[in-house]
Ligand binder design. Structure first.
Ligand SMILES: Cc1cc2nc3c(=O)[nH]c(=O)nc-3n(C[C@H](O)[C@H](O)[C@H](O)COP(=O)(O)OP(=O)(O)OC[C@H]3O[C@@H](n4cnc5c(N)ncnc54)[C@H](O)[C@@H]3O)c2cc1C
Length: 425
């Protein structure tokens, strides 16, 4: 039976990079994947265009990994987003930058990235086991020694890297298998939750689908804790749906909905929309006063349509009990104040999110305190390493998770190879 220096479980984003890195550092490598082909999740990222990394500086990248991003500093110092770009460019992949620093292959096809990784693995003679689900990781004398496949075969290795991903979008193969093997090795698994996911609400205006399908552009969306303090705000687009709210601003807020509910020990959290983030409440109040004075004969709905989509305005007026057809000059001071408050700070309760399976990313995972941040090696089990979404860190979409996956893969692969070769020497 072949014995490998390094065996990687999971040919996803981080696993392929880990295998390549280990091979580049001189190790014999096996990469074991349950799917019939590699990089299934990577193929669907960035709407099938593969948001391969982000062009922002280190601090900004870490800032966009709000779930435990600081854990990644140790790996980032060894390999960063610019190294990822250099890696792909050196293998003939031209990259381009789009909004918010997002990097894509110029072909606009994820296939370019996955095929490049495949080719490198082939060139480096990495043994790829496809359609080969791992049943369990084998441990002996407090060290990882290989894996047992579901078909009964065992593969032995000096180092094992777990790159099995989280539980988001399980049809890509990421069904969370690695958590049980980490637990078996003595690790704590921080509770899993959905992140980068639409948020649910049972407010009547949601269940009655009053605003379903309405998008608000460039608004400020916040999550408030039980003291009504904003724990996070994101200024981007959002959309009302039949179950709650979604869109880029909401996806970014989603992990904070879970965190706030957990911290506050409540079944609900509050979200707030500032639909006019460029004007203060004071300025808006003055503008409304001026309009009432100078153009007060116009109907209220016509006067207010400059402040947002008509559906949003009409919903607000209905909620406040203000007749939308009456002349704006007849709106009372109190009603005007309530309208200004609605436009600047519309609050509604939310009660969670769609499940992890419908999320882009899994929050929680292998406790990062139990993993060496410089090598990605387990502190609980010798010769065992972790990469990617299996670990308890999570970023916003925009290339931040992929960056984390490539970087942890790179560093784990290198360290696993170096330590296996040192032992052999
Ligand atoms: C639709 C979608 C869009 C996304 N868009 C973005 C984006 O634009 N930017 C961004 O930063 N992130 C994005 N992400 C998140 C990002 O793709 C992931 O965080 C990243 O790919 C995780 O890499 P990974 O290596 O940890 O896991 P994965 O890439 O999920 O790889 C895990 C691999 O392990 C294999 N595996 C699992 N169990 C076993 C087993 N028992 N035996 C053998 N193999 C096994 C799986 O089949 C899979 O191939 C997106 C995610 C989704 C679902």
């Amino acid at each position: 039976m072949t014995h490998y220096d390094v065996l990687v479980v999971g040919a996803g984003t981080s696993g392929m990079m880990a295998a390549i890195s280990a091979a580049e550092h001189g190790a014999t490598v096996a990469l074991v994947e349950k799917n019939k082909f590699v990089g299934r999740k990577l193929l669907v990222t960035g709407n099938g265009r593969c948001n391969v990394t982000n062009n922002r500086d280190k601090e900004e990248i870490i800032h966009h990994i709000p779930g435990n991003g600081r854990f990644l500093y140790g790996a980032f110092h060894q390999y960063d987003n610019y190294d990822i770009m250099a890696f792909f460019r050196s293998h003939g992949v031209a990259l381009k930058e789009e909004d918010h620093g997002r990097m894509f292959p110029t072909t606009d096809k994820s296939r370019t990235i996955v095929d490049t990784l495949k080719q490198i693995m082939e060139d480096m003679k990495i043994d790829l086991f496809l359609d080969a689900p791992v049943e369990t990781v084998l441990y002996e004398d407090n060290q990882a020694i290989g894996v047992l496949l579901q078909d009964g075969r065992t593969l032995s290795s000096s180092r094992v890297i777990l790159s099995t991903g989280g539980r988001a979008m399980p049809k890509t193969g990421s069904t969370g298998d690695g958590y049980a093997w980490a637990k078996k090795a003595g690790h704590t698994i921080k509770p899993l939750y959905a992140t980068e996911v639409p948020v649910t609400s049972d407010e009547p205006f949601i269940t009655e689908r009053v605003l379903q399908g309405l998008s608000l552009r460039d608004v400020n969306v916040s999550v408030l804790n039980k003291k009504n303090k904003a724990v996070i705000s994101h200024r981007m687009d959002m959309i009302f749906t039949h179950f709650g709210v979604s869109g880029p601003a909401v996806l970014r807020c989603s992990m904070f909905v879970h965190q706030t509910m957990t911290r506050d020990k409540t079944e609900e959290a509050t979200m707030a929309i500032d639909s006019l983030p460029d004007v203060s409440l004071g300025e808006l109040t003055q503008t409304l006063e001026r309009l009432a004075k100078n153009e007060g004969d116009k109907s209220t709905k016509n006067t207010l349509k400059q402040f947002g989509p008509e559906r949003y305005i009409l919903f607000g007026l209905d909620k406040l009990g203000v007749d939308s057809d009456k002349a704006f000059k007849t709106v009372t001071n109190q009603e005007r104040a309530a309208i200004a408050s609605y436009l600047k700070d519309f609050r509604f309760t939310v009660n969670g999110s769609l499940p992890i399976e419908k999320a882009f990313v899994t929050g929680g995972g292998v406790h990062t305190k139990e993993v060496n941040p410089k090598t990605l090696e387990s502190k609980k089990m010798n010769h065992l390493y972790f990469t990617g979404e299996l670990l308890d860190y999570n970023g916003y979409t925009g290339g931040y998770n992929i960056t984390g996956a490539f970087i942890t893969g790179r560093v784990a692969g290198m360290n696993a190879a170096l330590s296996a070769l040192e032992e052999k020497a």
